[in-house]
Design a protein around this ligand. Sequence first.
Ligand code: SAM
Length: 292
Amino acid sequence: MHKDIATPARTRAILDKYGFSFKKSLGQNFLIDTNILRRIVDHADLTEESGAIEIGPGIGALTEQLARRSKKVLAFEIDQRLLPILEETLSPYPNTTIINEDVLKADLNAAIEREFNGINDIMVVANLPYYVTTPIIMKLLEDKLPIRGIVCMLQKEVADRISARPGTKDYGSLSIAIQYYTEAETAMIVPKTVFVPQPNVDSAVIKLTKRKEPAVTVKSERFFFQVTKSSFAQRRKTLLNNLTSQLPEGKQKKEKILSALEQAEVDPGRRGETLSIEEFARLSDALLPYFS
Ligand code: SAM
């Protein structure tokens, strides 16, 4: 077995050799703890037949662990300066492919089709750049990729919001957007000390397991997400007030919203944070005829 990349000494030696300086604007906080890395990979339940997609391989700390425990790793790295480094650190792992591209702009379905021929079990596993955590996760879900799920490190505060249940302070439109597509759980809390440089915020690893079908069936996905966002526009306001101020203008708007709320059997005085995803689905379907 080759020497691990993710020890403090080896990481320092690699960075020094290439004169690499961290770019804060790219969310570069590298992991230097092999134990944490192995535990992240454990949560992905990979087999020798699995494919892994990584976002932001950095100097290859996680990529290496994934390469040892899967058939193939495909990684997207935006920072061109890391390419020669990765070429060296990942040279013992021919089952890795690095694509120098912004993951938000990448055609992921095409890349999967090209790179994962014959691989049926695919997981995304990543230590995400914190400045774009939510857009990346939403893209992975909205692109409807043929993946089993996502295991990723992110800010603990975002992890709390993603896995929050109705009636809690962290529950909001992000919880609903992600729980619509997946079953979400926080897998572990991670201390700042396992990164270099250390981030300013606490971190957590979440596991998102894709549902076979979305959690609820709605007439219009786009409108459902618009209704949930509108309902949380101002957390202290009631559903009726938020929806009245957020939904598009039209004749007798308030009356229409009241009638949809009644039809969906949702009390207009409730706050968005108390509604289950099923109640939001009912409400969105009842509102749709009035706003389409
Ligand atoms: N995987 C490495 C590790 O765990 O040590 C590095 C993780 S670091 C938190 C995030 C990585 O994502 C950096 O290498 C950064 O350059 C890269 N990155 C940032 N924005 C990106 C984007 N839009 N697309 C692809 N990679 C990106």
